[in-house]
Design a protein around this ligand. Sequence first.
Ligand code: PHE
Length: 388
Amino acid sequence: MSKKWTLTLSALMTGMMLFALTGCGGSQADSKEIKVGANFEMTGGIATFGQSSVNGIKLAFKEINATGGVIGKQLTLVVADNKSEPSEATSAMTKLVAQDKVVAVLGAVASSNTLAGSQVAHDNKVPFITPTSTNPKVTVDDSGKVKEYAFRACFIDPFQGTVMANFAFKSLGAKTAAVYIDNSSDYAKGLAQFFEEAFVQNGGKIVAKEAYLQKDQDFKATLTKMKASNPDVIFVPGYYEEAGKIVKQARELGYTKPLLGGDGWDSPKLVEIAGPEALNNGFFSNHYSPEDKDPRVVKFVESYKKEYNQVPDALAALGYDAALMLADAIKRANSTESGKIKDALAQIQNLQVVSGNITLNDYHDPVKSAIVIEMKEGKQTFKEKVNP
Ligand code: PHE
Protein backbone atom coordinates (compact mmCIF):
# COMPACT_ATOMS: atom_id res chain seq x y z
CA MET A 1 0.00 0.00 0.00
CA SER A 2 1.35 3.45 -0.87
CA LYS A 3 2.08 5.92 1.90
CA LYS A 4 -0.54 8.30 0.60
CA TRP A 5 -3.18 5.59 0.75
CA THR A 6 -2.28 4.64 4.30
CA LEU A 7 -2.59 8.26 5.36
CA THR A 8 -5.97 8.70 3.70
CA LEU A 9 -7.17 5.46 5.25
CA SER A 10 -6.09 6.42 8.74
CA ALA A 11 -7.69 9.86 8.35
CA LEU A 12 -10.88 8.15 7.28
CA MET A 13 -10.77 5.78 10.24
CA THR A 14 -10.17 8.57 12.69
CA GLY A 15 -13.18 10.35 11.25
CA MET A 16 -15.30 7.25 11.58
CA MET A 17 -14.20 6.74 15.16
CA LEU A 18 -14.99 10.33 16.03
CA PHE A 19 -18.40 9.89 14.50
CA ALA A 20 -18.96 6.73 16.49
CA LEU A 21 -17.85 8.46 19.66
CA THR A 22 -20.05 11.47 19.32
CA GLY A 23 -22.86 9.14 18.27
CA CYS A 24 -23.09 7.35 21.63
CA GLY A 25 -23.94 10.34 23.82
CA GLY A 26 -23.09 10.14 27.50
CA SER A 27 -20.83 7.13 27.21
CA GLN A 28 -17.75 9.31 27.78
CA ALA A 29 -15.79 7.00 25.46
CA ASP A 30 -13.55 9.83 24.28
CA SER A 31 -12.84 11.14 27.75
CA LYS A 32 -9.90 10.33 30.01
CA GLU A 33 -12.25 10.16 32.96
CA ILE A 34 -15.30 8.13 33.84
CA LYS A 35 -17.94 10.22 35.53
CA VAL A 36 -19.94 8.34 38.15
CA GLY A 37 -22.91 9.78 40.03
CA ALA A 38 -23.53 9.52 43.77
CA ASN A 39 -27.11 10.00 45.00
CA PHE A 40 -26.83 10.18 48.78
CA GLU A 41 -28.27 11.43 52.06
CA MET A 42 -25.60 14.10 52.70
CA THR A 43 -27.92 16.23 54.87
CA GLY A 44 -31.23 15.68 56.66
CA GLY A 45 -32.48 12.96 59.02
CA ILE A 46 -29.99 10.22 58.08
CA ALA A 47 -26.99 12.30 57.02
CA THR A 48 -24.37 10.09 58.70
CA PHE A 49 -25.43 7.33 56.30
CA GLY A 50 -24.76 9.36 53.17
CA GLN A 51 -21.53 10.83 54.45
CA SER A 52 -20.07 7.44 55.38
CA SER A 53 -21.13 5.94 52.04
CA VAL A 54 -19.46 8.70 50.04
CA ASN A 55 -16.30 8.39 52.16
CA GLY A 56 -16.16 4.69 51.35
CA ILE A 57 -16.69 5.28 47.63
CA LYS A 58 -14.06 8.03 47.49
CA LEU A 59 -11.51 5.81 49.17
CA ALA A 60 -12.15 3.04 46.63
CA PHE A 61 -11.89 5.49 43.71
CA LYS A 62 -8.67 6.90 45.11
CA GLU A 63 -7.11 3.45 45.39
CA ILE A 64 -8.28 2.38 41.94
CA ASN A 65 -7.09 5.62 40.32
CA ALA A 66 -3.70 5.32 42.00
CA THR A 67 -3.14 2.03 40.21
CA GLY A 68 -4.03 3.41 36.79
CA GLY A 69 -7.82 3.65 36.98
CA VAL A 70 -10.23 1.47 35.01
CA ILE A 71 -9.67 0.70 31.31
CA GLY A 72 -7.03 3.41 31.36
CA LYS A 73 -9.34 6.12 32.69
CA GLN A 74 -9.70 7.84 36.05
CA LEU A 75 -12.93 7.48 38.02
CA THR A 76 -14.49 10.74 39.15
CA LEU A 77 -17.46 11.16 41.46
CA VAL A 78 -20.26 13.71 41.17
CA VAL A 79 -22.15 13.86 44.46
CA ALA A 80 -25.79 14.94 44.57
CA ASP A 81 -27.42 15.44 47.98
CA ASN A 82 -30.88 13.86 48.25
CA LYS A 83 -31.39 15.51 51.66
CA SER A 84 -32.73 12.21 53.07
CA GLU A 85 -36.04 12.74 51.21
CA PRO A 86 -37.57 10.59 48.42
CA SER A 87 -38.65 13.57 46.27
CA GLU A 88 -35.15 15.02 46.48
CA ALA A 89 -33.71 11.61 45.58
CA THR A 90 -35.70 11.73 42.34
CA SER A 91 -34.37 15.23 41.55
CA ALA A 92 -30.82 14.21 42.42
CA MET A 93 -31.04 11.22 40.08
CA THR A 94 -32.46 13.40 37.28
CA LYS A 95 -29.66 15.91 37.68
CA LEU A 96 -26.98 13.21 37.64
CA VAL A 97 -28.20 11.47 34.50
CA ALA A 98 -29.52 14.44 32.51
CA GLN A 99 -27.13 17.22 33.42
CA ASP A 100 -23.93 15.51 34.54
CA LYS A 101 -24.37 12.63 32.10
CA VAL A 102 -22.85 10.07 34.42
CA VAL A 103 -22.36 6.51 33.13
CA ALA A 104 -23.76 4.94 36.32
CA VAL A 105 -24.98 5.97 39.75
CA LEU A 106 -24.14 4.75 43.24
CA GLY A 107 -26.84 5.20 45.89
CA ALA A 108 -29.04 5.86 47.66
CA VAL A 109 -28.93 4.49 51.23
CA ALA A 110 -32.57 4.43 52.38
CA SER A 111 -34.81 2.08 50.43
CA SER A 112 -37.52 4.75 50.04
CA ASN A 113 -34.97 7.13 48.47
CA THR A 114 -33.51 4.49 46.18
CA LEU A 115 -36.99 3.43 45.08
CA ALA A 116 -37.85 7.05 44.30
CA GLY A 117 -34.80 7.48 42.08
CA SER A 118 -34.96 4.12 40.36
CA GLN A 119 -37.58 5.06 37.76
CA VAL A 120 -35.39 7.90 36.49
CA ALA A 121 -32.46 5.51 36.09
CA HIS A 122 -34.67 3.08 34.23
CA ASP A 123 -36.17 5.70 31.91
CA ASN A 124 -32.70 7.02 31.02
CA LYS A 125 -31.12 3.57 30.82
CA VAL A 126 -28.44 4.34 33.38
CA PRO A 127 -27.60 1.56 35.85
CA PHE A 128 -27.35 2.19 39.58
CA ILE A 129 -25.97 0.20 42.49
CA THR A 130 -27.36 0.87 45.93
CA PRO A 131 -24.77 -0.13 48.50
CA THR A 132 -27.27 -0.54 51.33
CA SER A 133 -30.97 -0.46 50.40
CA THR A 134 -32.32 -3.77 51.65
CA ASN A 135 -36.00 -3.67 50.64
CA PRO A 136 -36.68 -6.39 48.01
CA LYS A 137 -38.68 -3.99 45.78
CA VAL A 138 -35.57 -1.94 45.03
CA THR A 139 -34.50 -4.47 42.39
CA VAL A 140 -37.82 -6.19 41.65
CA ASP A 141 -40.97 -4.52 40.30
CA ASP A 142 -44.53 -5.13 41.51
CA SER A 143 -45.05 -7.96 39.03
CA GLY A 144 -41.99 -9.79 40.38
CA LYS A 145 -39.76 -8.96 37.40
CA VAL A 146 -36.18 -7.89 37.98
CA LYS A 147 -35.47 -4.20 37.25
CA GLU A 148 -32.86 -4.22 34.51
CA TYR A 149 -30.90 -1.19 35.73
CA ALA A 150 -31.09 -1.77 39.50
CA PHE A 151 -28.37 -3.55 41.49
CA ARG A 152 -27.30 -3.77 45.10
CA ALA A 153 -24.27 -4.67 47.21
CA CYS A 154 -26.16 -5.87 50.31
CA PHE A 155 -28.43 -8.68 51.53
CA ILE A 156 -32.19 -8.11 51.56
CA ASP A 157 -34.73 -7.72 54.37
CA PRO A 158 -36.43 -11.14 54.24
CA PHE A 159 -33.02 -12.46 55.32
CA GLN A 160 -32.27 -9.66 57.79
CA GLY A 161 -35.74 -9.99 59.40
CA THR A 162 -35.28 -13.73 59.77
CA VAL A 163 -31.84 -13.27 61.30
CA MET A 164 -33.22 -10.99 64.02
CA ALA A 165 -36.33 -13.14 64.63
CA ASN A 166 -34.19 -16.26 65.04
CA PHE A 167 -31.78 -14.35 67.24
CA ALA A 168 -34.65 -13.16 69.47
CA PHE A 169 -36.26 -16.58 69.71
CA LYS A 170 -33.23 -18.86 69.85
CA SER A 171 -30.35 -16.83 71.26
CA LEU A 172 -32.34 -14.62 73.63
CA GLY A 173 -35.09 -17.14 74.39
CA ALA A 174 -37.87 -14.62 73.64
CA LYS A 175 -41.37 -16.05 73.28
CA THR A 176 -43.18 -12.76 72.78
CA ALA A 177 -42.23 -9.63 70.85
CA ALA A 178 -43.56 -6.14 70.22
CA VAL A 179 -42.83 -4.31 66.97
CA TYR A 180 -42.55 -0.52 66.71
CA ILE A 181 -42.49 0.49 63.03
CA ASP A 182 -41.35 3.65 61.23
CA ASN A 183 -44.35 4.02 58.94
CA SER A 184 -42.61 6.59 56.73
CA SER A 185 -39.99 4.08 55.58
CA ASP A 186 -40.41 1.26 53.07
CA TYR A 187 -37.41 -0.36 54.70
CA ALA A 188 -38.93 -0.39 58.19
CA LYS A 189 -42.34 -1.58 57.04
CA GLY A 190 -40.84 -4.46 55.08
CA LEU A 191 -38.38 -5.44 57.77
CA ALA A 192 -41.14 -5.46 60.41
CA GLN A 193 -43.21 -7.80 58.27
CA PHE A 194 -40.34 -10.23 57.64
CA PHE A 195 -39.39 -10.22 61.33
CA GLU A 196 -42.97 -10.96 62.38
CA GLU A 197 -43.36 -13.81 59.90
CA ALA A 198 -40.14 -15.49 60.99
CA PHE A 199 -40.80 -14.94 64.71
CA VAL A 200 -44.26 -16.50 64.46
CA GLN A 201 -42.89 -19.35 62.39
CA ASN A 202 -40.44 -20.08 65.19
CA GLY A 203 -43.41 -20.39 67.55
CA GLY A 204 -43.23 -16.89 68.99
CA LYS A 205 -46.10 -14.45 69.43
CA ILE A 206 -46.37 -10.78 68.45
CA VAL A 207 -48.12 -9.14 71.42
CA ALA A 208 -48.08 -5.51 70.26
CA LYS A 209 -47.62 -3.62 67.02
CA GLU A 210 -47.40 0.17 66.81
CA ALA A 211 -46.14 2.77 64.37
CA TYR A 212 -44.43 6.18 64.38
CA LEU A 213 -43.29 8.65 61.73
CA GLN A 214 -39.87 10.15 61.01
CA LYS A 215 -39.21 13.36 62.95
CA ASP A 216 -41.51 12.24 65.80
CA GLN A 217 -40.00 13.16 69.15
CA ASP A 218 -42.14 11.70 71.90
CA PHE A 219 -42.68 7.97 71.94
CA LYS A 220 -43.62 7.54 75.57
CA ALA A 221 -47.38 7.13 75.29
CA THR A 222 -47.00 4.35 72.75
CA LEU A 223 -44.12 2.73 74.62
CA THR A 224 -46.17 2.70 77.82
CA LYS A 225 -48.92 0.87 75.97
CA MET A 226 -46.42 -1.59 74.51
CA LYS A 227 -44.75 -2.22 77.84
CA ALA A 228 -48.14 -3.14 79.33
CA SER A 229 -48.30 -6.13 76.98
CA ASN A 230 -45.06 -7.32 78.58
CA PRO A 231 -43.06 -8.33 75.47
CA ASP A 232 -39.81 -10.29 75.91
CA VAL A 233 -38.25 -8.03 73.27
CA ILE A 234 -39.20 -4.89 71.35
CA PHE A 235 -38.12 -4.78 67.71
CA VAL A 236 -37.56 -1.25 66.33
CA PRO A 237 -36.84 -1.42 62.59
CA GLY A 238 -36.11 2.27 61.97
CA TYR A 239 -33.20 4.67 61.55
CA TYR A 240 -30.87 5.90 64.27
CA GLU A 241 -32.49 9.29 64.90
CA GLU A 242 -35.87 7.94 66.04
CA ALA A 243 -34.53 4.53 67.17
CA GLY A 244 -32.10 6.34 69.50
CA LYS A 245 -34.94 8.31 71.06
CA ILE A 246 -37.12 5.22 71.37
CA VAL A 247 -34.36 3.31 73.15
CA LYS A 248 -33.77 6.21 75.54
CA GLN A 249 -37.44 6.70 76.34
CA ALA A 250 -38.12 2.94 76.70
CA ARG A 251 -35.40 2.71 79.34
CA GLU A 252 -36.72 5.84 81.09
CA LEU A 253 -40.06 4.08 81.35
CA GLY A 254 -38.37 1.12 83.02
CA TYR A 255 -38.30 -1.36 80.15
CA THR A 256 -35.13 -3.36 80.80
CA LYS A 257 -35.52 -6.29 78.39
CA PRO A 258 -33.75 -6.51 75.00
CA LEU A 259 -34.35 -3.83 72.38
CA LEU A 260 -33.65 -4.97 68.82
CA GLY A 261 -33.11 -3.26 65.51
CA GLY A 262 -31.81 -3.69 62.00
CA ASP A 263 -28.99 -2.12 59.99
CA GLY A 264 -30.70 1.29 60.27
CA TRP A 265 -29.26 1.56 63.80
CA ASP A 266 -25.69 1.75 62.52
CA SER A 267 -24.59 5.30 63.22
CA PRO A 268 -22.26 6.97 65.71
CA LYS A 269 -25.25 9.23 66.42
CA LEU A 270 -27.21 6.32 67.91
CA VAL A 271 -25.06 6.38 71.05
CA GLU A 272 -25.14 10.18 71.22
CA ILE A 273 -28.93 10.18 71.13
CA ALA A 274 -29.77 7.15 73.29
CA GLY A 275 -26.81 7.22 75.65
CA PRO A 276 -24.49 4.25 76.20
CA GLU A 277 -26.34 2.85 79.19
CA ALA A 278 -29.78 2.78 77.57
CA LEU A 279 -28.29 0.83 74.67
CA ASN A 280 -27.03 -2.00 76.87
CA ASN A 281 -29.10 -5.11 76.12
CA GLY A 282 -29.56 -3.70 72.62
CA PHE A 283 -28.83 -5.74 69.50
CA PHE A 284 -29.05 -5.12 65.78
CA SER A 285 -28.23 -6.89 62.53
CA ASN A 286 -25.59 -5.45 60.26
CA HIS A 287 -23.57 -6.11 57.11
CA TYR A 288 -20.08 -6.16 58.50
CA SER A 289 -18.06 -5.64 61.65
CA PRO A 290 -14.86 -3.59 61.80
CA GLU A 291 -13.70 -6.18 64.37
CA ASP A 292 -13.72 -8.95 61.75
CA LYS A 293 -10.26 -10.52 61.45
CA ASP A 294 -10.65 -11.26 57.73
CA PRO A 295 -7.55 -9.76 56.07
CA ARG A 296 -9.66 -7.80 53.60
CA VAL A 297 -11.59 -6.14 56.45
CA VAL A 298 -8.41 -5.45 58.41
CA LYS A 299 -6.80 -3.77 55.39
CA PHE A 300 -9.90 -1.70 54.66
CA VAL A 301 -10.29 -0.53 58.28
CA GLU A 302 -6.63 0.47 58.29
CA SER A 303 -6.75 2.53 55.08
CA TYR A 304 -10.07 4.12 56.03
CA LYS A 305 -8.75 5.17 59.43
CA LYS A 306 -5.69 6.63 57.78
CA GLU A 307 -7.81 8.61 55.35
CA TYR A 308 -10.58 9.82 57.67
CA ASN A 309 -9.33 9.25 61.21
CA GLN A 310 -12.50 7.31 61.99
CA VAL A 311 -13.58 3.66 62.24
CA PRO A 312 -15.62 2.79 59.12
CA ASP A 313 -19.24 1.77 59.74
CA ALA A 314 -21.18 -0.62 57.48
CA LEU A 315 -22.22 2.24 55.20
CA ALA A 316 -18.59 3.07 54.50
CA ALA A 317 -17.72 -0.58 53.86
CA LEU A 318 -20.64 -1.10 51.51
CA GLY A 319 -20.02 2.19 49.69
CA TYR A 320 -16.48 0.97 49.11
CA ASP A 321 -17.80 -2.41 47.93
CA ALA A 322 -20.35 -0.90 45.54
CA ALA A 323 -17.55 1.15 43.99
CA LEU A 324 -15.52 -2.05 43.51
CA MET A 325 -18.52 -3.71 41.85
CA LEU A 326 -18.85 -0.86 39.40
CA ALA A 327 -15.14 -0.80 38.58
CA ASP A 328 -15.21 -4.56 38.04
CA ALA A 329 -18.17 -4.25 35.67
CA ILE A 330 -16.62 -1.41 33.64
CA LYS A 331 -13.45 -3.44 33.33
CA ARG A 332 -15.22 -6.56 32.10
CA ALA A 333 -17.47 -4.52 29.80
CA ASN A 334 -14.30 -2.84 28.57
CA SER A 335 -16.56 0.11 27.88
CA THR A 336 -18.11 3.17 29.46
CA GLU A 337 -21.43 2.66 27.73
CA SER A 338 -24.19 2.44 30.31
CA GLY A 339 -25.91 -0.46 28.53
CA LYS A 340 -22.75 -2.56 28.50
CA ILE A 341 -21.99 -1.70 32.12
CA LYS A 342 -25.47 -2.84 33.06
CA ASP A 343 -24.95 -6.21 31.33
CA ALA A 344 -21.58 -6.68 33.04
CA LEU A 345 -23.07 -5.81 36.44
CA ALA A 346 -25.70 -8.52 36.04
CA GLN A 347 -22.90 -11.03 35.60
CA ILE A 348 -20.86 -10.20 38.69
CA GLN A 349 -19.53 -13.43 40.08
CA ASN A 350 -17.46 -14.23 43.10
CA LEU A 351 -16.14 -10.70 43.45
CA GLN A 352 -14.15 -10.43 46.68
CA VAL A 353 -15.07 -7.30 48.56
CA VAL A 354 -14.85 -6.10 52.17
CA SER A 355 -18.30 -7.33 53.22
CA GLY A 356 -17.92 -10.77 51.64
CA ASN A 357 -18.04 -12.35 48.20
CA ILE A 358 -20.49 -11.02 45.69
CA THR A 359 -22.32 -13.14 43.16
CA LEU A 360 -25.52 -11.53 41.97
CA ASN A 361 -28.58 -13.75 41.63
CA ASP A 362 -31.32 -13.34 39.00
CA TYR A 363 -32.80 -10.50 41.06
CA HIS A 364 -29.49 -8.59 41.16
CA ASP A 365 -29.11 -9.33 44.87
CA PRO A 366 -25.94 -10.75 46.41
CA VAL A 367 -26.36 -13.55 48.94
CA LYS A 368 -24.28 -12.62 51.97
CA SER A 369 -24.00 -13.25 55.67
CA ALA A 370 -25.23 -10.92 58.40
CA ILE A 371 -23.69 -9.99 61.71
CA VAL A 372 -25.52 -9.43 64.97
CA ILE A 373 -24.04 -6.54 66.93
CA GLU A 374 -24.43 -6.17 70.67
CA MET A 375 -24.18 -2.70 72.19
CA LYS A 376 -22.02 -2.68 75.31
CA GLU A 377 -21.36 0.60 77.12
CA GLY A 378 -21.80 2.49 73.88
CA LYS A 379 -19.52 0.20 71.87
CA GLN A 380 -20.57 -2.04 69.01
CA THR A 381 -19.40 -5.56 69.76
CA PHE A 382 -19.54 -8.62 67.55
CA LYS A 383 -22.15 -11.08 68.82
CA GLU A 384 -22.66 -13.63 66.05
CA LYS A 385 -22.36 -14.16 62.31
CA VAL A 386 -25.27 -15.70 60.43
CA ASN A 387 -24.76 -17.31 57.05
CA PRO A 388 -27.57 -17.34 54.50
N1 PHE B 1 -31.06 -0.97 54.85
C1 PHE B 1 -31.51 0.38 55.04
C2 PHE B 1 -32.60 0.68 54.02
O1 PHE B 1 -32.81 -0.05 53.14
C3 PHE B 1 -30.38 1.36 54.88
C4 PHE B 1 -29.18 1.15 55.78
C5 PHE B 1 -28.24 0.17 55.51
C6 PHE B 1 -28.96 1.93 56.87
C7 PHE B 1 -27.12 -0.03 56.32
C8 PHE B 1 -27.87 1.72 57.69
C9 PHE B 1 -26.95 0.73 57.42
O2 PHE B 1 -33.28 1.65 54.08
